[in-house]
Design a binder for this molecule. Sequence first.
Ligand code: GLC
Length: 671
Amino acid sequence: MSRKSTKGKKKTTAKKVQKPAEVNAKIKEIKETKAVEVKVQETPVQAEKAEKTEISENRDKRDRAFVERFERHFDELKWLYIELYENDSMFAELCDNLYRFYEERRDGLKALDREREKDPSWYKSNELLGMMLYIDNFAGNMKGVEEKLDYIEKCSVNYVHLMPFLDTVEGRSDGGYAVADFRKVQEKLGTMEDLESLTESCHKKQINVCMDFVMNHTSEDHEWAKRARQGDGEYMSRYFFFNNDTIPNMYERTVPQVFPATAPGNFTWLPDAGHFVMTSFYPYQWDLNYKNPRVFNEMMYNFLFLANKGIDIVRIDAVPYIWKELGTQCRNLKQVHTIVRMMRIISEIVCPGVLLLGEVVMEPEKVVPYFGTVEKPECHMLYNVTTMATTWHSVATRDVGLLRKQLDIVNSLPKEYVFLNYLRCHDDIGWGLDYGTLGMEGKDERSHKKYLNDYFQGYAGDSVSRGELYNSDPVSGDARFCGTTASMCGVEKAGFEQNEDAMERAIQFDVMLHAYMFMQSGIPVLYSGDEIAQVNDYSYKEDWKKAEDSRYIHRGKLSWENAAKIDDPDTVEGKMFQRLSQLEKIRKEEKAFVSYADAWTMDTWDESTLAIGRYYDGDKIIGVFNFSEYDRMAWINEDDGLYEDLITGQKMQAVGVKVPAHGFYYLKKVE
Ligand code: GLC
């Protein structure tokens, strides 16, 4: 129990811990401004209530909204915190700081919070379309992005994910995921003021802003890491330090490797410090020790500081990794969920308009728990990662069977859950497929992965894809894959060969995949450049800071020269852009695309065609997608009236639908 009532004794449920001076002063201030009568010898429940009343009555005058939220969540937050940390004074400090960050929050953001609180499903409509972009690749710096908001609007995008932009050291940045200062923007990209100005301009255009919160680790150039390296125990305790390899070796027995080829192992020896430090990712990314409540509190302050800059969506990077226990895989441990739940509560109290997006690149049964429960939610949104990987499997095999199974799993989940759907992102594609099912078809995991990697590198005879392997591990035979959507669909090959027919086919394929992706429940997110079918960029090989990491192949600079062609329907860019725009328009206009609509897959009796149905409030749409380079017949049998293809306006029956090579239909029931 951290706060005492003004009078009398009270029983406490947790150990009494010396409070820091600041907290004592705060309590004194509260006592002086408002005396609350509390009966002597009260029960723990009464004491707890009195404590809350005391806090709330004093703050009530200052802000009702905060007090109401704080009251609503206090019991649970305290329970979780004390259970994890058994540290009252740190909890008291956290509570004080929640108010401080609330006070600092701009009025405009508070108004938005209240609006979103009234309509908590605001992000579940069919109106959101995302785009992820690296600020420098897109427009040089933050000011540049602000100047290009008209282009973002023209792309129908109203959710822009600004890839990591916080301070990092070039050459040791992992694409910005090694943060050296959570309160400073990389100099080349701008300042915190620029960020605020950008988020304000975005909000004026109804564009939501997403940023990464890299909470699993800091860069070795972070202030804490520097002090830890110098032997300061206080800071060493914020990481995992060991003066010999005994415990690191014990961890290595059970903890898998994230980057087996580019950064093997989970520990790094620091010769100057004479210690090993835990580094699950690159050696310059030091894992934070969340067993230390100081780490949790400070990281929550960083999170709130950033949220207060006008961020709408916080992507929690590598979230499954944040809690470590010897003898486990150090992934998805139950304490991770306690922390994410606390983070959700903290944001509900201070900035309830902010959404949490969890980056959980794992198999479906590990992903879904990050939504929490309907009563105790954790993340608002999660990446639909298995669907993404299975989509590319279907591309390489022309067989949609596994994809259909995966979509059925997703469609059977509660409609409250919102997935972020995507074809490509800034990372590699890891082949996390349902090998149990593939095994029953006689497909062996190792050889299947090899086939997929060969296929997408363009080695298989009928492949039009181009791209490169990532973290190819000769021991396990495992490798992941990198390339842009357009390159994987054949745009790069057709362009190189100057083959116009092949180019038409590649664009058709690319558009079909987007049409299918838009048909899934959730929020579609494009990768910057996909709207103009941008291909792989091999120039990273000439830059020593990037050469080792093939993910840079799909992180090229946006070509504004090509983007200038979007209005010209005779160009690749114009064709791609205009056809995507049509799909985006349909998706936003048709209510059957809302995230909470009924969605299901249908039999087509054809292994290459996928049929997805959506129904909401009297509207029914059936999407039919051909994953092969041949015309196919989808034997759907929806004999319930006339349908209209929303793309061409053609009226037809949804019975035995002939779908051209890589073609698709959006069939809406009209009669
Ligand atoms: C996430 C990012 C990835 C990064 C890793 C380490 O998985 O998406 O790019 O390498 O976290 O921070």
